[in-house]
Design a protein. Structure first.
Length: 329
């Protein structure tokens, strides 16, 4: 079944209410706001029908305005993972890999160039609801990039497959760049240098570590091995939603060579592989101890692309499956 996260459905209905619709205006909608409270997903048909109905009831450009109202929290566990990205482009890498947590109706694809990078939204446009959902998705992309970078980064170009609307004011306000219609693909493009910017969150955590490195070199002392290990574990934890980070990636973040990082960890009595496993196991147990995330989401946040692989690894670590571990607590 094709589906959307109920959070996305609730967002478009709440935005419609903010633009003046009343409860009576939702009588012909497939699912009411009251009915969605106990749901996690709704069918794609119901979601797209809501887009189509609102397109007729509200001023042109409503889907674009919905995208502009999106917040990181609206994306659930995927949004949580974005907060730990070290570079802006990782937002798209994680979406490319894990957007199925929100919907299985489309896929993201990143094509990075030397000057310009293109983020492609692979989906059909054979229904008005799909066209409107794509408008909302590309509009929301601008908001997410700006929230993660804390900079007013604007795309260089946006492309839509469908015909242009009569009123482009919402498009121009949201994208602030050339907007093309009747194109072969849905896409949004950015300067590659902008996508390689350090995110605001990474700036705080990574730079804090680098300051310790500078202090170590200046004062001729060495960061204690236990402190180094804790710092590396935190960097690994931040990177896991993108997949298991390579030692090269972590070494770059800490301004060390691979060899130096390996030696420093060895002096502390651990290997990089040890830290990966320890961090994954600790994080998995911590999240299984509460009911905030389901097991599929925990697998994603601990670096696994498939729940089955996570189940096997967790069984190897603890002799229990994730479900058994959660029941035993």
């Amino acid at each position: 079944m094709k589906y959307f996260s109920v959070n996305l459905y609730k967002k478009i209905l709440n935005c419609a209410i903010a633009e003046g619709l009343s409860k009576r205006d939702f009588e012909d909608f497939p699912i009411s706001l009251e009915e969605v409270e106990n749901l996690k997903f709704i069918s794609a048909d119901d979601h797209l029908k809501a887009h189509e109905l609102l397109d007729k009831k509200l001023k042109p450009g409503f889907a674009i305005r919905v995208g502009q109202q999106m917040k990181i929290e609206d994306y659930g566990v995927l949004g949580l993972s974005w907060r730990t990205c070290s570079k802006v482009k990782e937002i798209f890498e994680r979406s490319e890999r894990y957007f199925k947590l929100l919907s299985n109706t489309y896929k993201w694809e990143v094509k990075e160039g030397k000057v310009t990078s293109h983020i492609i939204l692979n989906r059909d446009d054979n229904r008005r609801g799909l066209q409107l959902s794509s408008e909302a998705s590309l509009s929301a992309t601008v908001v997410v990039v700006q929230a993660m970078s804390e900079k007013k980064l604007c795309p260089t170009e946006v492309s839509f497959k469908h015909n242009p609307p009569k009123d482009l004011s919402s498009f121009n306000e949201a994208f602030k760049c050339p907007v093309n219609f009747n194109q072969p693909i849905y896409s949004i493009s950015y300067r590659t240098d902008d996508l390689n910017l350090t995110t605001a969150k990474a700036d705080a955590s990574i730079n804090g570590y680098l300051l310790k490195q500078v202090d170590e070199q200046t004062k001729g002392i060495k960061i204690p091995g236990s402190k180094l290990v804790r710092d590396i574990e935190l960097l690994i934890q931040d990177a896991l939603p993108t997949g298991i980070p390579s030692i090269h990636h972590i070494a770059n973040l800490t301004a060390m060579s691979n060899r130096t990082l390996t030696r420093r960890l060895s002096e502390a009595g651990v290997t990089y592989r040890d830290l990966i496993k320890k961090t994954q196991e600790h994080l998995a147990k911590e999240m299984l101890s509460n009911n905030v995330y389901n097991i599929g989401e925990i697998a994603f946040l601990t670096g696994f692309s498939e729940q089955s692989a996570f189940n096997r690894a967790f069984k190897k670590w603890t002799d229990l499956t994730p479900s058994e571990f959660r029941k035993s607590i």
